[in-house]
Design a protein around this ligand. Structure first.
Ligand code: BES
Ligand code: ZN
Length: 589
C-alpha cells in the first residue's frame, strides 16, 4: 500500500473520489449528524478502497442498488483516526455509506442556546482543516484529492443551514417540524474545505456578490464591519486575476469559533472578535479572500507544504490592503508579523524542525504544531522573491502560477520547479533552500521602512529611560501602531505604570481585540489587577485560539493567577471548541 499524504490512509493508486453527496439530518438533541453519504469515484474500482474516518458510527455500506459491501474499520490512531477498508464489487463507481457522526466529533462544535448571541436556539458549525473532514464523512481526507459536493441537510424549523457551496433553496423535510436545505458545489474542492453551519442564521446583502450571515442580534454590526468586501474583491482581482468562486459570502460565527477566519469557499467563516466597530480588523477578511487564489485554487498537497497556502496568502492579504490603505500598511503589518514570528521561533527553540517551511510531519498532529512560522516566514520568503525580481515581474509570475495550478494541489518541490522555470536563478540567488529547509530566518530577510514604525519603536525602546507616550501622540495611533508599541515594551512593567497607562488610554476597556490581548498579556504578567479580571472575563466570552493561548500562558506564569485560570477553564471548558480545549490543556498542564 502506498500512502501519499502522511495525514491520510488513502492510497490514490486504488482510485479517487470525485464527488461526495451528503444526505444528513442535524440532530441537536443527540448532537449527531445522521444519514447517508453517496461517494462517487472518478473511475470504476474493484477490490480494496481505503478511506479515512474519525469517530464515525458506520451502520452499513452498499452499492447504489442496495447490495451490501463488506468493510472493516481499524482501531483508531490518535492522529489519523480509523482506516475504513471497503471490498468493492467489480467495477464499482459509486456506493452509499449509512452513518452518524460522534457527539464528540472533532470537526464539529455543538452549541447550547446559551452559547449563541440570541440565547434561544442551538447552533452547529464545522471546521475541517487540517484533518477533520474524516470526522464528518468518510472520504480520502487529503488535499491531493478534489471533489464535487452535493448536500441535502435537514434541520428543525426555523433554523437555517448554510454551506460553503451554492445554495439551492429549502424544501419540506421528512416531517412537519423539519426542512431540508439543498446545496451543490460547482467547483472541485479539497476535503478540508467542506463546511456547514446550522442555527438561527440570517443574511444581509453587503455587495453584488456578497451577503453577511449572522444571528439577528449581531447581523447589523457584522454587515457594517464587513461592508467593504466588494472593494476588496475588486482590488484582489486586479492583482491575482478573476475571482473563480462566483460568490463571496461571509458567516459571522458564534464566539467559540476557534480561528480568526476560515477560507471556506464561497462562504468565509469569521470570528465575532473582529467586530471592533471601526473595520480595523478587516485584514482577516482580506486574508480569507486571498485564499480564494492561494489555497483554494492552488492548494498545498498536504500539511507538509502548508506554507504554500499560508505564506502566499499572508503576502496576498498584505498586497490587497496595501492597495486599499497605502504602502505604510504593509510595513506595519509586516512588523507585527515579524515580532510574532520571533516569539514563535523562541517558543520552538533553536533548530526546531517546526521552524522550517517545508516540514516533515509523519506521526505529527498538524493542530499541535500549528504556528505563525508558515505564515510569517512564508510571507518573508515570498516578499524576498518579489523584491529580488521586482514587482512587475513578480506579479506576472503570480498570475502564471495561479493559472498553471488552479484546482490542483502542489508540493514545495513542484513549486520550486515552477519558480525555476519562470524566474530562472532566483531561488539560488536568494538561497531559497535555507529558507525552505533550514530552521532559522536567513540574514537576507526583507525589511520594511516605515516612519511610523520607527517612531513607535523608538518610543517603546525609551520606556526604560522613563519616556511615556503622550495622549497627543498615542491618540493619533492606528490599532497597528498600538500593537507594535505594546509588543516593543519590556515583558513586564511596574504596576504603577500599568495603572497610569490604563487610566490615560483605557486599555483594559479596549474594543479592538488585537490591542486588548497584547495589553492584557503584558498587564497580567505585571500583576495589574483589573487586567487579570478582564483577561478572565474575556476568556469566558470567546474561544479564539489566537487569544486563548497567550492569555492562558500569561496567567499561568504566576501560581496565583494560574489557579484562577484553572478554575475558569474548568467552568468554561465545555464552551470551547474541542481543538481549543486541547490547546488550553497543554498550556495549563
Ligand atoms: N486556514 C486558516 C485557518 C486554519 C489553519 C484552520 C490551519 C485550521 C488549520 C485561515 O486562513 C487563517 O489563517 N486564519 C488566521 C487569519 C490571519 C492569519 C489573518 C486566523 O485564524 O487567525
Ligand atoms: Zn490562512
Amino acid at each position: 500500500m502506498a500512502r501519499q499524504d502522511p495525514h491520510s490512509y488513502a492510497d490514490l493508486d486504488q482510485g479517487r473520489l470525485t464527488e461526495v453527496a451528503l444526505f444528513l439530518r442535524v440532530d441537536f438533541a443527540a448532537r449527531q449528524l445522521k444519514g447517508r453519504a453517496r461517494l462517487t469515484l472518478a473511475e470504476p474500482v474493484s477490490g480494496d478502497l481505503v478511506l479515512d474516518t474519525l469517530d464515525l458510527a458506520i451502520d452499513g455500506i452498499s452499492t447504489t442498488e442496495g447490495a451490501p459491501i463488506p468493510f472493516d474499520v481499524s482501531a483508531p490512531d490518535p492522529v489519523l483516526g480509523s482506516r475504513l477498508t471497503l471490498r468493492l464489487p467489480a467495477s464499482t463507481s459509486a456506493f452509499d455509506v449509512r452513518y452518524a457522526t460522534s457527539p464528540e466529533a472533532s470537526a464539529l462544535q455543538w452549541l447550547d442556546p446559551s452559547q449563541t448571541a440570541g440565547g434561544v436556539h442551538p447552533y452547529l458549525f464545522s471546521q475541517c482543516q487540517a484533518i477533520h473532514a474524516r470526522a464528518l464523512v468518510p472520504l480520502q481526507d487529503t488535499p491531493r484529492v478534489r471533489i464535487g459536493l452535493r448536500a441535502e441537510i435537514e434541520v428543525k424549523k426555523p433554523l437555517r443551514v448554510v454551506m460553503a457551496a451554492a445554495a439551492d433553496g429549502e424544501r419540506p423535510g421528512g416531517d412537519e417540524q423539519h426542512s431540508t436545505w439543498l446545496f451543490h458545489m460547482p467547483q472541485p474542492i479539497p476535503p478540508y474545505l467542506i463546511a456547514l453551519a446550522a442555527g438561527n442564521i440570517h443574511p444581509q446583502t453587503v455587495g453584488p456578490r456578497s451577503v453577511v450571515y449572522a444571528e439577528p442580534e449581531v447581523l447589523e454590526r457584522a454587515a457594517w464591519e464587513f461592508g467593504g468586501v466588494e472593494d476588496m474583491l475588486q482590488t484582489a482581482e486586479g492583482i491575482f486575476g478573476p475571482y473563480r468562486w462566483e460568490r463571496f459570502d461571509l458567516l459571522c460565527m458564534p464566539p467559540s469559533f476557534p480561528y480568526g477566519g476560515m477560507e471556506n469557499p464561497r462562504l468565509t467563516f469569521l470570528t465575532p472578535t473582529l467586530l471592533a466597530g471601526d473595520r480595523s480588523q478587516v485584514n482577516v477578511v482580506a486574508h480569507e479572500l486571498a485564499h480564494s487564489w492561494t489555497g483554494n485554487l492552488v492548494t498545498n498537497a498536504d500539511m507538509e507544504h502548508f506554507w504554500l497556502n499560508e505564506g502566499f496568502t499572508v503576502y496576498a492579504e498584505r498586497r490587497i490592503l496595501e492597495a486599499l490603505e497605502g504602502p505604510e500598511y504593509m510595513a506595519l503589518h509586516a512588523a507585527i508579523g515579524r515580532a510574532g514570528l520571533a516569539r514563535e521561533m523562541a517558543r520552538f527553540g533553536e533548530g526546531s524542525p517546526y521552524t522550517r517551511l517545508r516540514t516533515e510531519l509523519d506521526g505529527v498532529d498538524p493542530d499541535e504544531v500549528f504556528s505563525l512560522v508558515p505564515y510569517e516566514k512564508g510571507f518573508l520568503l515570498v516578499q524576498l522573491i518579489s523584491e529580488t525580481v521586482g514587482r512587475e515581474r513578480f506579479d506576472e509570475f503570480l498570475k502564471a502560477y495561479i493559472a498553471e495550478f488552479s484546482f490542483q494541489s502542489i508540493t514545495t518541490e513542484r513549486w520550486e520547479q515552477f519558480v525555476e522555470a519562470k524566474l530562472p536563478g532566483v531561488l539560488a540567488q536568494i538561497g531559497a533552500d535555507r529558507w525552505l529547509r533550514g530552521s532559522s530566518i536567513p540574514e537576507n530577510e526583507p525589511t520594511f521602512a516605515s516612519r511610523r514604525k520607527e517612531l513607535v519603536d523608538e518610543l517603546a525602546a525609551a520606556w526604560q529611560s522613563g519616556e511615556r507616550p503622550t495622549t497627543e501622540v498615542a491618540d493619533a495611533w492606528s490599532p497597528e501602531e498600538w500593537v507594535l508599541y505594546l509588543q516593543g515594551l519590556p515583558g513586564t512593567i511596574e504596576r504603577a505604570d500599568c495603572e497610569a497607562l490604563d487610566t490615560t488610554f483605557g486599555l483594559t476597556a479596549q474594543g479592538n481585540a488585537e490591542i486588548l490581548v497584547e495589553w492584557l498579556c503584558l498587564a497580567v504578567r505585571s500583576g495589574h489587577g483589573p487586567a487579570i479580571d478582564r483577561a478572565l472575563g474575556f476568556l469566558g466570552e470567546m474561544g479564539r485560539m489566537k487569544y486563548l493561548k497567550p492569555l492562558y500562558t500569561a496567567l499561568a506564569a504566576s501560581p496565583e493567577t494560574k489557579g484562577r485560570a484553572r478554575a475558569l477553564f474548568e467552568e468554561v471548558r465545555a464552551s470551547y471548541h474541542p481543538i481549543a480545549q486541547a490547546v488550553v490543556e497543554s498550556v495549563l498542564r
